[in-house]
Design a protein around this ligand. Structure first.
Ligand code: ASP
Ligand code: MG
Length: 464
């Protein structure tokens, strides 16, 4: 009997039929396992809740709020009708949902009258997506004969700081969760994403935070594995839209998975597996549409692949920022000033490179921030120190990732030889000494080809 935490979100919980499918999966796996379920809001609901709140604060139109509430009510009632057969259970769940919906409506009307929206009220509003989903899912399980109760994040023991919109769990969460959930009674359904702070105010763990909730719960109850059910076959060797031969990676280490998500393979947010890493609990990415395939297992140890590279990633929406000038040579503090000026302007740096001539420093940042970044650097540096500040939009960052490349000579040679053979010009290169990835920048028009060449070079689709 293994103990599993399973998280469902997005398309997996889009409507009544999908919720029923979740029930089938739980029924199947609960024969041999103890399970805790974590759910996100029905697909798209969090976005809708936030959009309606912003509109209400701006325009104060109560009748629009009422319209929105009607649609939201219909959608959830439809899900109940489609997913729960027993009329008694359906009725109970409907009542729970309808109470939640009237609380939410009151909050919206308050926002209409006040015309203001704080980070704290946004957390309150967006918490309803999960608060509506969890009772339905618990009802589905009961309807299938699985005992189940629903819990909000805070009822399950998740307590956070009060940094609304992006809260961090407090240490005591790790002690509270087992007190609240263990010993497991049936299959509890816990809302992802939401929690409370010590004052008892509703908080959220940031967008996409349900994964973090699942990981926290798994770590706190010493789960054997934490399963993230996604719409992909696991963590892929690259984007299948670019390379149709892309495959699911059977096994990958926490460190490699973090590298991959940093480089745009948006399967898991690095922060979301942090609690699992802390306790060394294996994390599995499973495909909702194909539950029999094992998916990707993320474990503590690096499991080197013979061919060293596990995946190729592409980050398209980036820009290159370059500062240069003879005045920079041997001048102390130029890099420090550039980085802190950018940090103060709220700009995240994706890649950095400076050659030993010290004449220029190149950085890769998110494309949408490039103008702001240039302004910040111009304000920071006098012309005699940094002569040129420039940027290039039409670039993309490519990275090859794999722990096996640490200490293995010849990987960089293969990467750049492949680029040379394909006549792809390399604009900038960076490899940190952790040697888990080699990243480089090419013109956007060459980016997808670069990915295809590397995927083939390292035989990631089983080509060689
Ligand atoms: N429902 C929340 C969001 O859309 C949390 C999640 O889906 O993980 O951001
Ligand atoms: Mg979501």
């Amino acid at each position: 009997m293994a103990r599993l935490v399973m998280k469902f979100g997005g398309v997996s919980v889009a409507d009544g039929n999908r919720l029923r499918h979740v029930g089938d999966l739980v029924l199947h796996f609960s024969r041999d396992n103890e399970i805790v379920l974590v759910t996100s809001a029905l697909q798209g609901v969090t976005d809708d809740l936030l959009a309606c709140a912003k509109k209400a604060a701006k325009e104060g139109n109560v009748s629009e709020v009422i319209d929105f509430m009607e649609k939201l009510t219909d959608r959830h009632n439809q899900a109940i009708t489609d997913a729960i057969k027993d009329p008694q259970i359906a009725k109970e769940v409907s009542e729970t949902i309808s109470n939640k919906l009237s609380e939410l409506e009151k909050a919206y009307i308050g926002i209409c009258y006040l015309g203001e929206l704080t980070a704290r009220s946004l957390d309150y509003i967006s918490s309803y997506g999960e608060q509506l989903a969890a009772p339905i899912l618990a009802g589905v399980l009961r309807d299938m004969g699985i005992p189940s109760l629903h819990y909000t994040g805070s009822e399950a023991g998740i307590i956070t700081d009060s940094n609304y919109g992006d809260c961090r769990p407090l240490e005591k969460t790790y002690n509270l969760i087992p007190q609240r959930l263990l010993p497991l009674k049936g299959v509890p359904v816990v809302t992802g994403f939401i929690a409370k702070d010590e004052k008892g105010t509703i908080t959220t763990l940031g967008r996409g935070g349900s994964d973090l909730s699942a990981s926290l719960i798994g770590a706190a109850i010493d789960a054997d594995e934490i399963w993230f059910w996604k719409e992909t076959y696991g963590i892929m060797t690259t984007d299948p839209k670019i390379v149709p031969e892309a495959r699911s990676i059977p096994s990958i280490s926490y460190r490699e998975a973090m590298e991959l998500s940093n480089f745009g393979a948006k399967v898991l947010h690095p922060r979301s597996i942090e609690p699992a890493i802390r306790k060394g609990i294996p994390v599995r990415v499973k495909c909702t549409f194909d539950p029999d395939i094992p998916g990707t297992l993320i474990v503590h140890e690096d499991v080197p692949k013979a061919d060293v590279i596990k995946a190729v990633t592409l980050h398209k929406n980036v820009a290159l920022l370059n500062i240069s000038g003879a005045g920079m040579i041997g001048t102390l503090g130029v890099a420090a000033r550039a980085f802190s000026a950018l940090a103060k302007a709220g700009i995240n740096i994706v890649m950095i490179s400076q050659g030993s001539s010290e004449v220029n420093i190149s950085m890769i940042i998110e494309e949408r921030q490039v103008e702001k970044a240039e302004d910040a650097l111009r304000a920071e540096f006098p012309r005699d120190l940094v002569k040129d500040i420039s940027h290039d939009h039409d670039v993309s960052a490519v990275a090859v990732v794999g722990a096996g490349m640490a200490g293995t000579p010849g990987v960089a040679a293969r990467v750049f030889k492949a680029m040379g053979a394909a006549k792809i010009n390399v604009v900038m290169i960076s490899q940190a000494s952790g040697q888990l990835n080699i990243s480089f920048v090419v013109a956007s028009k060459d980016a997808e080809q670069a990915v295809r060449e590397l995927h083939r070079e390292f035989g990631l689709g089983g080509e060689t």
